[in-house]
Design a protein around this ligand. Structure first.
Ligand SMILES: NC(=O)c1ccc[n+]([C@@H]2O[C@H](COP(=O)([O-])OP(=O)(O)OC[C@H]3O[C@@H](n4cnc5c(N)ncnc54)[C@H](O)[C@@H]3O)[C@@H](O)[C@H]2O)c1
Length: 272
């Protein structure tokens, strides 16, 4: 079993971009049904039509949702359970890259992810999962594993998503709720977010840093990221971090523990 067959997923920001590719790839891998929870109603309706053409009727549902609004987010779970009876996989994917409206950016990328995790972990997944285990995938970014001066606030939201995933992806939470947490970190990918991102920052100085530091970025296709999601779900341990970049096979990133680095540091000093 791949952890996907016969399951029901809810994908935030699933009406377009990489999120819609996640929906398609999960359905290709045996997912029973998917809810697209997205703020863009027009794209949401089109996306369900698209999924119905490819996978048949009663496989997908669109719920107009702003992830920063707790009641709307809870309604997306409720409508999923009403229609499909279960909810097994939550993908917190909705995001924007726009430091010029940083309060909204933090709201969507970080607060929205927190709301999803709390609703998923504390209520809906333990209660309505089909089988033993539920899964929450939080979409971060390769920028969540590095520094990038052109968009420091976007970068910080993605670092935060990784810390959140690792902290909830610990044994004590798993024992209680049987919900596995994963962080997925796509590299630059060919969506509106990446293509329109150059001037969405704190001003011209930041735009210059963008140009200087990333002159020749190649954007990978969203289909590679979606395949990376399947790889992470099938292979990823609780709390693990997965990168998918440059259209290559995904790889796991293990952040060294501070305690181990500290011991190594003392050891080096002793040898001096
Ligand atoms: N494209 C990239 O290069 C890239 C790289 C790394 C990580 N990511 C991350 O992947 C995720 C998806 O990005 P994408 O490239 O597909 O972007 P996109 O702009 O193509 O799609 C984002 C989707 O999120 C929806 N959305 C925006 N605000 C929302 C809100 N408040 N509530 C619900 N839905 C909302 C949009 O309507 C849209 O359908 C984001 O979290 C992004 O940070 C993207």
């Amino acid at each position: 079993m791949n952890g996907i067959y016969g399951k029901v997923a809810l994908i935030t920001g699933g009406a377009a971009g990489i999120g819609l590719h996640y929906a398609k790839e999960l359905l290709r891998n045996g997912l029973r049904a998917v809810t697209l929870a997205d703020v863009n109603e027009e794209r949401g309706i089109e996306a369900v039509e698209d999924l119905t053409r490819e996978f048949g009727s009663n496989k997908s549902l669109y719920v107009k949702t702003d992830v920063t609004d707790k009641e709307q987010f809870a309604d997306a779970f409720e409508r999923t359970v009403d229609k499909f009876k279960n909810i097994d996989i939550l993908i917190n994917n909705a995001g924007i890259m726009n430091d010029a409206i940083w309060e909204r950016e933090i709201g969507i990328n970080f607060v929205g992810t927190v709301i999803g995790c709390i609703l998923g972990l504390h209520h809906y997944l333990p209660k309505y999962k089909t089988a033993k285990e539920g899964i929450i995938v939080n979409v971060a970014s390769t920028t969540g594993l590095e520094v990038f001066g052109a968009i420091p606030i976007y970068v910080a939201t993605k670092h935060a998503v990784i810390g959140l995933t690792q902290s909830w992806g610990t044994e004590s939470h798993y024992k209680r709720a049987q919900v596995r947490f994963l962080a997925l970190c796509p590299g630059p990918t060919d969506t509106t977010l990446a293509l329109d991102g150059l001037d969405k920052n704190l001003g011209p100085a930041y735009q210059d840093i963008f140009r200087e530091s990333q002159p020749f970025v190649t954007l990978q296709g969203s289909d590679y990221v979606a395949k990376g999601l399947i790889h992470a779900i099938v292979n990823g341990e609780n709390g693990s971090i997965w990168v998918v970049e440059d259209s290559e096979t995904p790889y796991e990133v293990v952040i060294p523990s501070r305690d181990k680095l500290r011991i190594m540091n003392y050891h080096d000093l002793e040898l001096m």
